[in-house]
Ligand binder design. Structure first.
Ligand code: FUB
Length: 489
C-alpha cells in the first residue's frame, strides 16, 4: 500500500555526545524574550511552529504549539519542544518560548508532536504526542502546571496511552481533551485513519473504561479537536481524501462532525478548512471575546515547508443552524479584538453593579453584597473588603443576579475567594441565564475558570435576560466563596 505524504515524517533517532546534548538542552531553555509581533499570518516567523491548540484564560488567548526544527531539505520532522504563544486580542502575538520539551517526560526520547492544554481545578494539563523509549513508537503523555505558562512537569511518570493500550490507534498521536459541564473528561486521539476515545478520571491522568472507536468521523486521518457550542459537540479533524477535501492525498483538509453526546455517534458536516500549503493540516477552535477563531498551520513563513511549518489564525463563523462556514485563509490575520475597554476585569459595562444578588446560602458573618460592590481584589485571599462565603455548606451552590428590566449580556467573570481554611476554590462552575421560563447554560460559553487570583472570564453569545446565575461545586471537604462576580454587556 502506498502511504500518503504525512506518514513519511518519522524522525530517525540520533545519538549525540553528552556535552553536545547538554549544551543543546541549555540553549533550548534559555528564556527567549520575543517582542509581540504585529498582526499577520503566520503569527510567528522567528521560529517555525506547528500543530496549534488554542486556550482562552481570562483575557488572554493562548496557543500551544510544537516547534519545527528541520533544516532546509530535511524530509522528516525534527521536533523537540512545545512553545506557548499568547495574545490579548487574537491579532498581536507574543512567543513565550519553550514551556515543555521531550525532556519534560523522563520516559521519552524524541518527537514532540501535537499537544493540547486543558484546564481543570486550577491546574493546566498538557496532553502531548511524544516518542517514548518503550515498545512501539508514539505515545500520549501528560504534563501539568499551575498556570497557562507553566512550569510544566510530567504528571504521570509514563505514557497515558501507548501501543500496549488495548484498542489503541494505529498511531498514538494528536490528543484532544474536553471536560464537559458535568465534570466528565474525554480524550480523543489517533493517526493513520484510526481515531480513538476514552474517558479520563477526575485526576485527568488516568483513563476510565475501555478505549472506544468513535463512529461517524467520515474520512478521518488524524488531528482531532473537540469543542462544544450551544449544547452541541463539534469535532474538527484532518482528512486526506480526494472526495472534496484535497486534490492529492499527500495533503489534508479539516472536516468536521457534530454530535449530541461527547462520545458520539458523530454526523459528518463537511469541510471547514481547505487544503493548506503544508502537507499536514492541524487545527483548533476557540471563542475569544465573543468571536470564534480557527488556529492552524501552513508552510507560508519565509523558508517554510512541510517540516518547517507556521501557525496562522483566522476568524470562524457559525451559521444560524449551527453549521460552520469554511474558514477563509488570510495573510493579514484577524483584526484586533481587545474585547472592550476594561480588559483586566471583563469585556464591557458591568451590569452586576445594578443587579440584586441572591444565593443558595451565605454564612451569617459574610456578605452577599460583596460580590457586586465593584471592588477589584488583589488576591483570592484578599480580606481587606467584605467577602461572600458559604461555609459550612458543600457541594453545589449558586449566586444569582436579578434585574428589573432585561439586560444584554455577553460575558461574566468570577473572582473566587480562598481563605486557606474551610473555603477553597471550587472544583467547577457554570454560568446560566434565565430564558423567561427556565435556566439554561449561556450559549457558546467559554470554559468557566476556577483559577486563584484572577477574574475568570466567561464569554458567550449575546443574551437578553433578567437573571444570571453562577453555579459552582465545591472541592471535597470544602465550602466556596466569591470576592466579585461581574456580568458584562
Ligand atoms: O507535527 C507532527 C504531526 O504532524 C502531528 O502530530 C500531526 O497532527 C501532523 O500535523
Amino acid at each position: 500500500m502506498s502511504i500518503p505524504g504525512p506518514v513519511s515524517r518519522r524522525t530517525p533517532r540520533r545519538h549525540f555526545p553528552p556535552l553536545v546534548l547538554l549544551l543543546s538542552l541549555a540553549l533550548v531553555f534559555v528564556p527567549i524574550a520575543i517582542l509581540p509581533a504585529q498582526a499577520a499570518n503566520p503569527i510567528v516567523t522567528a521560529v517555525y511552529t506547528a500543530d496549534p491548540a488554542p486556550l482562552v484564560v481570562g483575557d488572554t488567548m493562548y496557543i500551544y504549539a510544537g516547534r519545527d526544527e528541520a533544516p532546509t531539505g530535511t524530509d522528516a520532522f525534527v521536533m523537540r519542544e512545545w512553545r506557548v504563544l499568547s495574545s490579548p486580542d487574537a491579532a498581536t502575538w507574543t512567543d513565550n518560548g519553550p514551556r515543555a520539551s521531550v525532556a519534560t517526560f523522563p520516559w521519552a526520547g524524541a518527537d514532540a508532536w501535537a499537544g493540547e492544554v486543558e484546564p481543570r481545578n486550577g491546574h493546566y494539563y498538557w496532553y502531548t504526542s511524544v516518542n517514548g523509549n518503550g515498545p512501539g513508537w508514539m505515545n500520549i503523555g501528560v504534563a501539568v502546571g499551575d498556570s497557562p505558562l507553566g512550569p510544566f512537569t510530567d504528571a504521570k511518570g509514563g505514557p497515558l496511552i501507548s501501543d500496549s493500550t488495548a484498542n489503541s490507534s494505529g498511531l498514538n498521536i494528536d490528543p484532544t481533551v474536553f471536560v464537559d459541564d458535568d465534570g466528565q473528561a474525554y480524550l480523543y486521539w489517533g493517526g493513520y485513519w484510526s481515531p480513538r476515545m476514552v474517558k479520563l478520571a477526575a485526576n485527568m491522568v488516568d483513563t476510565v473504561g475501555a478505549v472506544q472507536t468513535p463512529v461517524g468521523l467520515t474520512d478521518y486521518w488524524e488531528a482531532p479537536f473537540l469543542f462544544k457550542r450551544n449544547g452541541l459537540y463539534y469535532m474538527i479533524y484532518a482528512a486526506n481524501d480526494t472526495n472534496g477535501c484535497v486534490t492529492s492525498s499527500s495533503y489534508a483538509c479539516q472536516r468536521y462532525a457534530t454530535a449530541t453526546s461527547p462520545m458520539g455517534p458523530w454526523t459528518h458536516r463537511g469541510v471547514v478548512l481547505g487544503q493548506v500549503s503544508s502537507t499536514t493540516n492541524h487545527a483548533g477552535v476557540v471563542q475569544f471575546h465573543g468571536q470564534w477563531y480557527m488556529v492552524y498551520h501552513n508552510a507560508n513563513a519565509p523558508g517554510g515547508g512541510n517540516f518547517r511549518r507556521s501557525v496562522a489564525v483566522d476568524r470562524m463563523t457559525f451559521n444560524a443552524d449551527g453549521t460552520i462556514q469554511r474558514v477563509v485563509q488570510t495573510t493579514t490575520g484577524p483584526p484586533p479584538n481587545p474585547g472592550g475597554t476594561t480588559p483586566p476585569t471583563g469585556p464591557g459595562t458591568d451590569h452586576a453593579l445594578t443587579a440584586t444578588p441572591s444565593t443558595s446560602y451565605v454564612s451569617p458573618w459574610e456578605n452577599l453584597t460583596a460580590i457586586n460592590d465593584g471592588f477589584t481584589p488583589t488576591s483570592s485571599a484578599d480580606r481587606t473588603h467584605p467577602v461572600y462565603g458559604n461555609w459550612p455548606e458543600q457541594g453545589k451552590q449558586w449566586v444569582q443576579y436579578d434585574w428589573a428590566a432585561p439586560v444584554t449580556l455577553r460575558g461574566a467573570s468570577a473572582y473566587w475567594f480562598d481563605d486557606n481554611q474551610g473555603i477553597d476554590l471550587p472544583a467547577s462552575c457554570q454560568v446560566q441565564y434565565w430564558t423567561g421560563t427556565a435556566w439554561a447554560n449561556v450559549p457558546g460559553g467559554s470554559a468557566c475558570g476556577v483559577a486563584a487570583g484572577t477574574a475568570n472570564t466567561v464569554t458567550f453569545d449575546q443574551v437578553s435576560t433578567t437573571r444570571l446565575r453562577l453555579t459552582f461545586t465545591s472541592r471535597t471537604g470544602f465550602s466556596t466563596g466569591l470576592l466579585e462576580f461581574r456580568a458584562f454587556s
